[in-house]
Design a protein around this ligand. Structure first.
Ligand SMILES: Cc1cc2nc3c(=O)[nH]c(=O)nc-3n(C[C@H](O)[C@H](O)[C@H](O)COP(=O)(O)OP(=O)(O)OC[C@H]3O[C@@H](n4cnc5c(N)ncnc54)[C@H](O)[C@@H]3O)c2cc1C
Length: 413
């Protein structure tokens, strides 16, 4: 199993931005060896933080960073700070936005589209009211948008009477594939090793000395991190098969009329619609891909390896109905692209970032639950602090394995 050269990696990943030489190279002596399995957003950021800390780090992925089967493999992901009463995620989103921004500044190219995020809801909606309180407490900028403001500023959106919104001006969309690819490229530039190979589920207990790859190699390390997203239940069936719920999520892109600027930034922000119970959200036309509309409701179970990724006629019709109601100009717009991805939900939507209960030097990061992408930088930072035995950021019981149920009761949105 050869190391992947920078050139090969570049061919696998999307075009990587040029970086100024000498920036961000770890200065300390190598301390420990780590193998990180999974080059989605959680694994890539964990590996990058570890390498910045001066460790010897190898990052592995079976299909490649942000591949089409991975949960991080989509076009765009929302970065927003509103989380209703869940201040923990508002704080993490704020921290992650700062880390993403610093990272993009370092590599000299940004994959963050600060289009703003508009939360639509009925007047008095409890989640939005709780978000307002939390955003104030954490110090995240937002503004209230009245029904009259909505009608004036967003005439392309048709809303029911009594709909209001909050707007986060600093939030927006991360280009998902490109962002993860850029983290992996930068990780290799500062001395990390990336390899494309699958890893067989580790067996036994106590201290894990090595892992076996699907192409017959074995890798030794002081510590192993499994950031395997929707595959975590396959890697650790006894521990996680009943605690990670992998659900199918359909995404459609509608073509906007030629020359119509109302559906791209700055006229159109990212939007999340709590004003009815269909659970829809979407993105303005970014990268000429089309107007993205998606369902946040959990779909049926799905296998990330074997599923065919065709959007169903039923979901397509439901998206069309929604677009007809909410964005009448697009009522007959063609579907120009589509994607099927999967959420890897925990029972309530809290992440898993914890040590394996039977393997002393094995850590798990996952359970992104449909909202994990934005948090990649803070998840990596949190996990590295745990593995290095530091207390900043402090331990959060909500990320512990022992808090993870086996019955789906979504509580985090
Ligand atoms: C349609 C959709 C919309 C979403 N929208 C948002 C959003 O707007 N905002 C937001 O913040 N989040 C969003 N999310 C959630 C977010 O994308 C995920 O929580 C996040 O990407 C999960 O990252 P991960 O690194 O845990 O998993 P993944 O990205 O799936 O990465 C896991 C990696 O592990 C590798 N792997 C698995 N097993 C092995 C093995 N045995 N050996 C080697 N490699 C292995 C896989 O190949 C994969 O690349 C959305 C998700 C979906 C599907």
């Amino acid at each position: 199993m050869p190391d992947m050269s920078r050139r090969e990696l570049g061919a696998v990943l999307l075009a990587a931005p040029a970086v100024a030489s000498g920036q961000g190279v770890p200065t300390g002596q190598s301390k420990q060896s780590f193998v990180v399995i999974g080059a989605g957003v959680f694994g890539a950021w964990t590996a990058y933080h570890l390498r910045l800390g001066g460790h010897n780090v190898t990052l592995l992925d079976q299909y490649g960073p942000s591949n089409s089967r991975a949960s991080s493999g989509g076009e765009t992901r929302i970065i927003r700070a509103s989380y209703g009463p869940d201040e923990i995620y508002t704080r993490m989103a704020k921290r992650s936005l700062a880390l993403w921004s610093a990272f993009f500044a370092r590599i000299g190219h940004s994959y963050l589209e600060r289009a703003g995020v508009l939360w639509l809801a009925k007047q008095g909606n409890a989640y939005v009211e709780q978000s307002r309180q939390t955003l104030k407490a954490v110090g995240v900028e937002f503004r209230d948008v009245s029904s009259a403001d909505l009608a004036r500023d967003y005439p392309q959106i048709r809303l029911e009477p009594g709909t209001i919104a909050i707007f986060e001006p600093d939030s927006g969309a991360l280009l998902a594939r490109e962002s993860v690819a850029a983290v992996v490229v930068e990780f290799t530039r500062i001395g990390g090793i990336y390899r494309q190979a699958g890893v067989r589920p580790p067996q036994g207990g106590g201290r894990l000395s090595e892992i076996q790859t699907t192409d017959g190699d074995s890798l030794r390390a002081d510590t192993f991190v499994f950031a395997c997203g929707p595959w975590l239940g396959k890697v650790f069936p006894e521990l996680l098969a009943t605690r990670i719920f992998v659900t199918r999520q359909d995404v459609l892109f509608f073509g906007i009329p030629a020359g119509d600027r109302r559906f791209e930034p700055p006229a159109m922000p990212v939007w999340i619609d709590f004003s009815d119970d269909r659970g829809m959200y979407g993105f303005p036309d970014i990268g000429r891909r089309g107007f993205k509309v998606a369902f946040d409701k959990h779909g049926p179970p799905m296998d990330p390896d074997t599923a065919n990724r065709f959007v169903t006629a039923e979901q397509s019709a439901a998206a069309r109905d929604y677009v007809r109601d909410r964005f009448p100009v697009l009522a007959d717009a063609p579907v120009v692209d589509s994607r099927v991805c999967q959420y890897e939900n925990t029972a309530n939507g809290d992440f898993i970032i914890d040590r394996h209960p039977q393997m002393d030097n094995v850590w798990i990061a996952g359970g992104g639950s449909g909202h994990g992408f934005k948090h990649g930088p803070a998840v990596g930072e949190y996990l590295v602090a745990r593995m290095e035995g530091r207390n900043d950021p402090p331990v959060e019981t909500r990320f512990g394995l022992s808090t993870k149920g086996t019955e789906q009761k979504r509580a985090v949105y």
